[in-house]
Design a protein around this ligand. Structure first.
Ligand SMILES: [Cu+2]
Length: 73
């Protein structure tokens, strides 16, 4: 199974704890191999196994935490 890297724009982060919160939640999503969220760039970079979760699932997890997310690539 090949993992692909997806980049998301994340709006609404206030501090580094927000980024950690998002990374912790994304790590629980099936198929997520790595996740790196930075407030400085307002981005989440997620390495995802497409057989297990979709970019839309990543967006849903981020938005359930109260942030806004959109796929960049
Ligand atoms: Cu915060």
């Amino acid at each position: 199974m090949a993992a692909t890297t997806h980049v998301f724009r994340v709006e609404g982060m206030h501090c580094g704890s927000c980024a950690l919160l998002i990374d912790d939640a994304l790590e629980d999503l099936p198929g997520v191999r790595s996740t790196q969220t930075t407030i400085k760039q307002a981005r989440s970079t997620v390495e995802l196994d497409a057989d297990r979760s979709s970019p839309q699932d990543v967006i849903r997890v981020i938005e359930e935490l109260g942030y806004r997310a959109s796929a960049l690539l």
